[in-house]
Design a protein around this ligand. Structure first.
Ligand SMILES: Cc1cc2nc3c(=O)[nH]c(=O)nc-3n(C[C@H](O)[C@H](O)[C@H](O)COP(=O)(O)O)c2cc1C
Length: 198
């Protein structure tokens, strides 16, 4: 749990089957912390029932950043199970007005990651949350660009990463990690703009 006592409370709610999405989650966490957030990460597939303190972390957050690998063109089943487990909070409007953002990882350069990011925006909308975009220009889209550019895969809704399916999480690229780190910083700064007292 974050040891800071001030700053916006940012919680990263994510699933990772094989560690690649965890690498992005850690980068989002680092960016949020660097920008002054009280930042925590929650692995949603390990969340227990109502008594699990980590639900209180989510309920107390100013911003929740959703993260999942893209599996079969959408968020993973484990992430969807988490989303369904939030339906009581949906009914109570418990997360209404919080900020939301998202990131995803896949094997193919596109891999239909956009659908996962769009799914996150719908989840946020159902909860009445306010979506925070990536706010980075697309990289690797000009003769002067390269695969080392920030936002090299060119998403606007959130951060997208790609890693080869036959290699481990240690091969997640610096460009994708830096893009995720930017998202953590950006969400934190946006939380401050929305609620300057935090
Ligand atoms: C069940 C399953 C479905 C997948 N579906 C896709 C997909 O739709 N598009 C894609 O590009 N990669 C797909 N992949 C590859 C993963 O997205 C990729 O390996 C990712 O880095 C895994 O992240 P993780 O280690 O956090 O689980 C799939 C992998 C699995 C295991």
């Amino acid at each position: 749990m974050s040891t800071r006592t001030d700053g916006p409370r940012v919680v990263i709610a994510y699933h990772s089957g094989y560690g690649h999405t965890t690498a992005l989650a850690e980068a989002v966490l680092a960016g949020a912390t660097e920008a002054g957030a009280r930042a925590d990460a929650v692995q949603v597939d390990t969340l227990g029932e109502a008594g699990d303190d980590r639900w209180a972390l989510l309920d107390g957050a100013d911003a929740i950043v959703f993260g999942s690998p893209t599996y079969m063109g959408s968020a993973s089943a484990a992430f969807h199970a988490f989303a369904e487990a939030t339906s009581g909070r949906w009914a109570e409007r418990a997360w209404s007005g919080k900020l939301a953002a998202g990131f995803t990882m896949s094997g193919a350069k596109s891999g239909d990651k956009l659908n996962t990011l769009q799914y996150f925006t719908l989840l946020a909308a159902q909860h009445g949350m306010l979506w925070v975009n990536l706010d980075l220009m697309p990289g690797w889209n000009a003769s002067t660009g390269s695969e080392n550019d920030l936002n090299r895969l060119g998403f606007y809704l959130g951060a997208g990463g790609q890693a080869n399916v036959d290699e481990g999480p240690e091969t997640v690229t610096k460009a994708d990690l830096e893009t995720a780190r930017h998202l953590g910083r950006h969400v934190t700064r946006t939380a401050r703009r929305v609620s300057p007292a935090t």
